[in-house]
Design a protein around this ligand. Structure first.
Ligand SMILES: [Mn+2]
Length: 379
């Protein structure tokens, strides 16, 4: 018996007339149709509060695909897309979850949504959530995730104890944690992250998630534009090193783009270059080498930053920061059936609230009757 998917979870689509955002959203709708589940989206679904017709037309075309399959697009608004009434309110498959409870049939999950709220208002809204709600969809800066870099509106310790899951937008990065709520119980907190890069220093890999009936949340990777990061170029040696490898890196990124079947407009990788003021010709030399084969993001560091040591300007490569991120670095599910099976098992166990049950379900699913037969023999 396969675990039943309940909802597809995503956030921060930042819809605009650009291929990257459109391709990401269409992949998410493909997945929802494939799984036969409705989508819950946690805000910033459009990039702007005032939109071009092309943005809305594309969005509605995707919602039409859901409607044909009798599926819904349940959402809250972030700061980017906020309007009253909401932009999506003209489509009858879009369900604005703000201050509303919905219950996916037979799921035991009662979902409630909140549009983005300023500090103070958020706390009042949290107090008014009905007590039978166990799944909150929101779009906030949470102190626990972003307190050091942005001004937060709230913290996980303010969530009522009956909220067992929080699916929040705004943080453009995957996170799946268990945090203490205000009743000293645990709330599973999820940020699926943005579906594309909105800034060059955001993660290059993007995800959505699938919520299953057993409560497990499984991370799924989107196909995204490739990114090459030269790291921080401080010295001539750094620059020479970068130039030596760059043409190969670009070839490799294009080959990956072809392999992942990206739209041809997305085959040009992003290139991120941060260089010291001591290397004034860095940009010209790199551009001469790779020309328009990349979409370049160049930043020259002034003396006070270039000479201040590495703590101020951190230009880390994407270091895997969660077990899920590490997993996808280690096992590529596209490689073979064996890889795909191993990947699926690992990601389910990592996302599960009850690994023993998840493992038992997996065994039944993959080993099928042979397991049941063995168990019968023992009896
Ligand atoms: Mn956003």
């Amino acid at each position: 018996m396969k675990p039943t998917p309940v909802r597809l979870l995503c956030s921060d689509l930042h819809g605009r007339p650009r291929i990257d955002e459109q391709f990401a959203f269409s992949q998410i709708v493909d997945a929802a149709l494939d799984l036969d589940v409705s989508i819950i989206a946690a805000g910033d679904l459009l990039d702007k509060q005032s939109n071009r017709a092309a943005t809305i037309t594309f969005f509605y075309q995707q919602l039409n695909r859901l409607r044909e399959a009798d599926l819904l697009f349940e959402y809250v608004q972030g700061q980017h897309d906020f309007d009253d009434p909401p932009w999506l309110s003209g489509h009858d498959s879009a369900v604005h979850l703000h201050r509303r409870t919905v219950e996916p049939p037979k799921s035991g999950i009662r979902v409630y949504g909140l549009d983005w709220q300023p500090t103070g208002r958020l706390q009042e809204e949290l107090d008014q959530i009905p007590e039978d709600v166990n799944f909150l969809v929101a779009h906030q800066v949470w102190a626990d995730w972003m307190g050091s870099v942005a001004s937060p509106q709230g913290s996980f310790a303010e969530l009522p104890g009956h909220i067992k899951y929080l699916h929040s937008g705004d943080l453009h990065q995957w996170k799946l944690d268990r945090e203490y709520n205000r009743d000293r119980g645990f709330t599973t907190v999820l940020s699926t992250g943005a579906v594309t890069q909105q800034k060059i220093d955001e993660p290059a890999i993007h995800y959505y998630a699938v919520l299953y009936l057993d409560g497990s949340i499984v991370q799924r990777k989107l196909r995204s534009r490739q990114r090459i990061d030269c790291g921080l170029l401080r010295t001539d040696d750094d620059l020479e090193n970068c130039l030596r490898n760059l043409a190969d890196d670009v070839d490799q990124a294009v080959a990956q783009s072809v392999k992942h079947n990206l739209p041809v407009e997305m085959h040009r990788p992003y290139l991120r270059v941060v260089y010291s003021y001591r290397l004034p010709f860095a940009r010209r030399r790199i551009e001469k080498l790779v020309g328009d084969r990349v979409v370049g993001f160049y930043k020259q560091l002034p003396p006070e930053l270039a000479d201040s040591g590495s703590s101020v300007v951190r230009v880390d490569r994407d270091v895997p920061s969660t077990p899920q991120a590490l997993l996808i670095e280690e096992i590529s599910p596209d490689e073979s059936k064996l890889h795909a099976d191993a990947y699926t098992l690992c990601e389910r166990l990592l996302g599960s609230q009850n690994p023993a049950d998840t493992l038992a379900t997996w065994k039944r699913e993959y080993l099928g009757d042979s397991v049941a037969a063995e168990e019968d023999d023992v009896d």
